[in-house]
Design a protein around this ligand. Structure first.
Ligand SMILES: *[C@@H]1O[C@H](CO)[C@@H](O)[C@H](O)[C@H]1NC(C)=O
Ligand SMILES: *[C@@H]1O[C@H](CO)[C@@H](O)[C@H](O)[C@H]1NC(C)=O
Ligand SMILES: *[C@@H]1O[C@H](CO)[C@@H](O)[C@H](O)[C@H]1NC(C)=O
Length: 296
């Protein structure tokens, strides 16, 4: 009696389209940093040859797995559609913010979280044959702070960055050098400096470096109650100074990439997107970051 049913389901299984096997997977990677950040990777079923890589850095109170499941974040879907790889670092710290305050993390090869994430990029180039010219970094909130820190500490590894709701690289520095410290002056918008000063802070993280640097796309909401909106301007000051361009936009698009957003270009390497009425959240239409990365 059961046999026809079993045969039937076997037949159905044989005829069904091949199940998608790709899933977020934790991997061991060679990591000589003191910081033991966990690495998760998503390799889509239809991965392209020499794939681009997007490193997606989660916010506080989140993890690689939780962030991966956030449907507002376009990277899993984009990976499935376009065949690029995504790497999702997971913070080792209590509360799962990133260390963007210690001397170690704010220094190239200083042994902190930034070096651990750099090691993930190097491993991905080796293991998954990632195209080293197509390595992108993105993140929100604490992940945005870390994206800025990655741009300053490992410019040689990254082609472009797109971050939302963060603060300038080095803005969360701890005067006592503490790891993973909250900085009220910065979060509240009181850490203000000249463009030259912010540029110096970024350059000091890898002083001997003279090569090319990642293009920077910076998003912030005007109603951000966690990381004051003023941090947007400090980030723009920092990266326009690093690229040696003025803080006067070369191009402005109102209501782009959507209503109540404004996109300002500062030459080809710095773009700011200011979202009126948007709080400390994943901004709508984050897929515009895929365009910034050239993943179209
Ligand atoms: C870790 O490895 C990198 C690459 O081989 C090297 O440049 C760096 O100095 C090493 N860092 C430590 C702390 O051993
Ligand atoms: C907070 O960061 C600012 C720079 O943004 C720094 O000057 C200050 O010392 C930091 N505060 C603490 C308590 O570490
Ligand atoms: C989202 O962004 C894309 C490109 O940046 C734009 O073409 C599109 O109109 C935007 N969608 C909405 C709903 O604004």
């Amino acid at each position: 009696m059961l046999l026809p049913a079993i045969l039937g389901s076997l037949l159905l299984a044989a005829q069904a389209p091949q199940a998608l096997a790709a899933k977020l997977t934790q991997v061991d990677y060679p990591n000589n940093a003191t910081s033991k950040v966990q690495m998760f990777v998503y390799v889509p079923d239809n991965v392209v040859a020499n794939p681009p890589l997007v490193v997606v850095i989660h916010s506080c109170q989140s993890t690689a797995q939780t962030y991966f499941q956030n449907s507002k974040i376009p990277w899993k879907q984009g990976s499935d559609k376009k065949g690029y790889i995504t790497v999702w670092p997971s913070s080792p710290h209590s509360g799962t913010c990133w260390d963007v305050s210690s001397r170690a993390t704010l220094t190239h090869n200083g042994g902190g979280d930034s070096q651990a994430i750099a090691n993930m990029i190097l491993y991905s180039i080796d293991k998954y044959k990632v195209d080293p010219a197509k390595v992108f970094v993105t993140g929100g909130s604490s992940g945005a702070m870390m994206s800025n820190v990655m741009a300053a500490t490992y410019p040689e590894l990254i082609s472009a960055v797109s971050l939302y709701s963060g603060v300038a690289a080095g803005c969360f520095v701890s005067s006592s050098g503490g790891v993973d410290q909250w900085n009220n002056s910065c979060s509240g918008g009181s850490s203000k400096a000249t463009a030259e000063k912010w540029g110096d802070v970024a350059r000091a993280m890898y002083p001997e470096y003279t090569g090319s640097r990642p293009r920077m796309q910076i998003w912030h909401g005007s109603a951000d109650g966690t990381l004051a909106p003023g941090n947007y301007q400090e980030e723009i000051k920092q990266w326009t100074n690093v690229f040696g361009v003025t803080q006067t936009p070369t191009d402005t698009r109102k209501n782009y990439p959507q209503a109540n957003y404004q996109t300002d270009d500062y030459g080809d390497h710095v773009e700011g997107i200011y979202a009126t009425g948007v709080g400390h959240s994943v901004p709508a239409n984050l897929t515009a970051s895929e365009i910034w990365f050239g993943l179209v």
